[in-house]
Design a protein around this ligand. Structure first.
Ligand code: FAD
Length: 377
């Protein structure tokens, strides 16, 4: 493990900082959180700027260390995050880059990198979340197409997506992990109905997606037929690897803001609160080191993040909830006012121990794959 940066990496950091300083003041104002078409335009526009400046493929085209530096510096500078490009840049893109054919890479990766297309993730189903391999959305071969019927749920950004990375069951008779295929589905295909779901925090960031005899060309399958589970594991390791780097930087900034607010409103006199802030500070520093460790491990293993991402995801999601619960303590009665800073973040932090694999599932992964404990039944 090597946690130091080379002169080339420090040079990359310096050039990026300089570019961000010049370009960020020219960005248009951020659209409101519920304006999804506006957010799509904004997020794609930012990706286009990154692409034009040579940073478009940093999420999977460069080394894990450069990716870490990129995410750290963009967050520190207050640059936009990937937003609606989350699936394209952090899930589907890296998966296609690793598992797609030459033709598929040439077809799908450039539009993602140029900020032209939004992707969504059609994995979960009403009865297949933690037990994702239980998914039942069915795909039959009919000539050069699959005919897909079933339903997906919690599909983030489905309403504004052009493409969906879709898991389907292509062999219902095979053991459940062996009958799944990974398809790229255009979201404007006839037979797709998107029904938005409203969250506790009031936003409609995900949706149910109903599929009624949707025709998807066989050429849109990534990986072999019935080998989709292995392809999916590549996707999920990216999701749990470096996807939250920018957020750790942001959480460390929130901690400083909380301490300032507590000093202003008198809560700083409470030694219990001060202790909580101190403990959280140590926790996020440790999470940052863990991130660097994971990146260093990924670097050593050819760029693909390993199961260390599960340790990070587990610890981070709880630390994030703790952070915003502490924010509520700092705010006092104002913690009920949705217009105050941190209040919506507190509500959305509840989803962190569910999304991208629940904490219970991460515990199982850590127990079985890192600690080598016997497999559960
Ligand atoms: C903000 C957010 C965004 C999301 N975006 C997407 C998306 O874009 N695309 C997509 O496909 N999905 C998405 N999801 C869905 C997410 O992947 C699932 O919610 C998650 O995998 C859990 O599945 P579930 O909701 O069906 O819960 P369940 O699997 O039903 O779990 C219910 C409870 O049982 C526990 N449990 C289940 N099985 C076990 C077990 N074997 N051992 C111990 N405990 C267990 C769980 O930990 C949990 O506490 C999103 C979720 C959230 C919250």
């Amino acid at each position: 493990m090597d946690l130091t940066y080379t002169p080339e990496e420090e040079d990359f950091r310096a050039r990026l900082r300089e570019w961000l300083r010049g370009v960020l003041p020219s960005l248009p104002p951020k659209p409101s959180p519920d304006d999804w078409p506006g957010r799509r335009t904004y997020d794609l526009g930012w990706q286009r700027m990154l692409y034009d400046a040579g940073y478009g493929d940093v999420h999977w085209g460069s080394s894990p260390t450069l990716r870490l530096i990129f995410l750290e510096e963009t967050e520190k500078a207050g640059a936009p995050y990937v937003g609606a490009n989350f699936v394209g840049l952090l899930h589907a893109g890296p998966t296609i880059a690793a598992e797609g054919t030459e033709e598929q890479r040439a077809r799908w990766l450039p539009p993602i990198l140029r900020g032209e297309q939004v992707w969504c993730q059609g994995f979960s189903e009403p009865d297949a979340g933690s037990d994702l391999a239980a998914l039942r959305t069915r795909a039959w071969r009919d000539g050069d197409d699959y005919v897909v019927s079933g339903s997906k749920i919690w599909t983030s950004h489905a309403e504004v997506a052009d493409w969906c990375e879709l898991l389907v069951r292509t062999d219902p008779d095979a053991p459940k992990h062996r009958g799944i295929s990974w398809l790229a589905m255009p979201m404007d295909t006839p037979g797709i109905t998107v029904r938005p779901l409203r969250t506790l925090a009031g936003s409609a960031e995900f949706a149910e997606v109903f599929l009624d005899e949707v025709r998807v060309p066989v050429a849109n399958r990534v990986g072999d037929e019935n080998d989709g589970w292995r392809v999916t594991m590549v996707t999920l390791s990216f999701e749990r690897g470096t996807a939250f780097v920018g957020e750790v930087v942001a959480c460390r900034r929130v901690l400083v803001e909380l301490a300032r607010e507590a000093r202003k409103n008198g809560r700083w006199d409470d030694p219990v609160l001060r202790r909580r802030l101190g403990r959280l500070n140590a926790e996020f520093r440790a999470l940052w080191r863990l991130t660097q460790w994971n990146v260093s491990e990924a670097e050593a293993s050819g760029g693909v993040p390993g199961v260390g991402g599960s340790v990070f995801k587990l610890r981070y999601s709880h630390a994030r909830q703790d952070l915003y619960d502490t924010a509520a303590d700092v705010l006092g009665p104002d913690a009920l006012d949705l217009d105050r800073p941190w209040v919506l973040d507190r509500l959305s932090s509840l989803s962190y121990t569910i999304a991208a694999g629940t904490s219970q599932i991460q515990h199982t992964i850590v127990a079985e794959r890192i600690l080598g404990l016997p497999r559960g039944r």
